[in-house]
Design a protein around this ligand. Structure first.
Ligand code: SF4
Ligand code: SF4
Length: 355
C-alpha cells in the first residue's frame, strides 16, 4: 500500500456547492442511559431544543436549497414522537427521510404511521446479541426486548430496517450471535460501527475501548450468514466523508457531522438556514479533504483521504492528522488510551480556538 508523502495528498476532487444530505439530531433526551451515549443525553437542555415547527421550517429551507436526504437521529427521536411524526409527514414525500432510533418506543401503530407517511428506512441500535449485554450497555432493563419488538414492528409495517452495533469490549465476543439475531428478526443489513470518543463514551473509554488488533481480529473472523449485508465503519469502508456531510444539533447549530458535535460550531441555522454556515472557514477546510497522509485505498474508496476527521482530531488535536482507526496510518497509537485534553473537554463545548 503506498502512502503519500506529507503535504503530498491532493485535495478531494469532489466539491459540492451545497449539501445534498443532512442529519438532524432532533433531541438530546432519551429514555435509555447508555454508557456510550455520544449525545450525553439528559433532560438538562430540553427546553432549549428547537420546536417542531422550527424543524419543519428548517426542512422546507433544506428542500428549497436542494437537499434530497434527511437523516433524523437523537438522542432518541421518538422522545418527541408527536413532533417527529409531523416532521416525517412533512418531509418524507419530498426527500428521502430515515430515522436512527433505539427502537424501544416504536409500537406497531407508530410503525404503521411511519410507513403511511413514506418513511424511507430505520436504523435501530442494538448493542449486543443478548439482553444481558444490551441492557448492561443501555443501563435499562427490558430495553433489549423492547428494541427487538421495535425492529419487528418496523419490518412488519414494511419499513426497510437495519440494525447497528457499536463494537466494544462488552459485545466483541458475540458478533456471530448478533448476526444470528438479525437473521431471526428478519433484518437484511447490519452495521458494525466503531466507538467514538465523545459524550459518555469517552468517560467509559477504559471499560469499552478495544485495541486495533482486537477489533481487526473480531471483524476478520466474522462470517455474516447468507442474506445479511454487512457494513463496517473501518478503513477503507469509511473514507473521509466530511466533503459531503452536513448536520444540525438539537439547538439549531450547524456541526457538519454528529461525530464532530463537541469540536465544531459553524453557526446558527434557525434564522438564515444551513447554507450560510456551509461557508464557515473550518467547514470549508474539512470539506476540502487536505490531510497530512493518506493511502491508496482511501483514494480508491471515495476519492477522499485520511479517514475520519473526528477521531483524527480527537486523538491528535490536528484536523489534518491521520486517523488512528485506519490500520495503515495508525503509527502505533493505542486506541484504548485517550489524550488528556479530550477527557477534560465538556460534552457540548465547541473549541473555538481551532475554528
Ligand atoms: S439509546 Fe442512543 S441516544 Fe439513547 S442514551 Fe443510548 S446512545 Fe444515547
Ligand atoms: S467526522 Fe468522520 S464520519 Fe463525520 S463526516 Fe467527517 S469523516 Fe465522515
Amino acid at each position: 500500500m503506498s502512502h503519500n508523502a506529507p503535504g503530498g495528498v491532493p485535495e478531494n476532487p469532489y466539491h459540492l456547492e451545497r449539501p445534498l444530505k443532512v442529519t438532524l439530531s432532533c433531541t438530546q433526551t432519551c429514555n435509555l442511559d447508555c454508557k456510550h451515549c455520544y449525545a450525553d443525553c439528559s433532560e438538562q437542555h430540553a427546553a432549549a431544543e428547537m420546536r417542531g415547527e422550527e424543524w419543519r421550517a428548517l426542512a422546507d429551507g433544506l428542500i428549497e436549497d436542494g437537499v434530497i436526504s434527511l437523516f433524523i437521529e437523537g438522542g432518541e427521536p421518538f422522545q418527541r414522537s408527536e413532533d417527529l411524526l409531523a416532521l416525517v409527514r412533512h418531509c418524507a414525500p419530498r426527500m428521502m427521510t430515515r430515522i436512527r432510533t433505539n427502537g424501544t418506543l416504536v409500537t406497531p401503530a407508530v410503525a404503521h404511521e411511519l410507513k403511511a407517511s413514506g418513511l424511507g428506512g430505520c436504523l435501530v441500535d442494538i448493542m449486543g446479541a443478548s439482553a444481558g449485554t444490551h441492557d448492561r450497555m443501555t443501563g435499562t432493563p427490558g430495553s433489549f426486548e423492547a428494541a427487538c419488538a421495535g425492529v419487528s414492528a418496523l419490518l412488519a409495517a414494511g419499513i426497510p430496517t437495519e440494525m447497528l452495533l457499536i463494537l466494544n469490549r462488552h459485545n466483541v465476543g458475540e458478533l456471530d450471535d448478533y448476526m444470528a439475531l438479525a437473521q431471526r428478526l428478519g433484518v437484511r443489513k447490519v452495521g458494525i460501527l466503531r466507538l467514538y470518543p465523545i459524550g459518555r463514551a469517552k468517560r467509559h473509554w477504559d471499560e469499552l475501548a478495544l485495541s486495533m488488533e482486537e477489533m481487526t481480529a473480531a471483524l476478520s473472523a466474522l462470517r455474516p450468514p447468507p442474506g445479511i449485508k454487512l457494513m463496517q465503519s473501518w478503513h477503507p469502508n469509511d473514507g473521509n466523508c466530511c466533503w459531503q456531510m452536513a448536520a444540525i444539533d438539537p439547538f439549531g447549530r450547524s456541526i457538519g457531522c454528529s461525530y464532530l458535535r463537541e469540536f465544531v460550531d459553524y453557526g446558527d441555522v434557525r434564522d438564515a438556514g444551513l447554507l450560510p454556515t456551509w461557508d464557515h472557514p473550518l467547514y470549508r477546510t474539512l470539506r476540502a479533504g487536505k490531510v497530512e497522509r493518506s493511502c491508496g485505498s482511501c483514494a480508491s474508496s471515495q476519492g477522499s483521504h485520511g479517514g475520519c476527521r473526528s477521531t483524527a482530531y480527537a486523538f491528535t488535536g490536528r484536523w489534518a492528522a491521520p486517523d488512528p482507526f485506519d490500520a495503515t496510518l495508525n503509527d502505533g497509537v493505542d486506541l484504548r488510551v485517550l489524550p488528556d485534553w479530550l477527557l477534560q473537554t465538556g460534552p457540548r463545548r465547541p473549541r473555538p480556538s481551532h475554528t
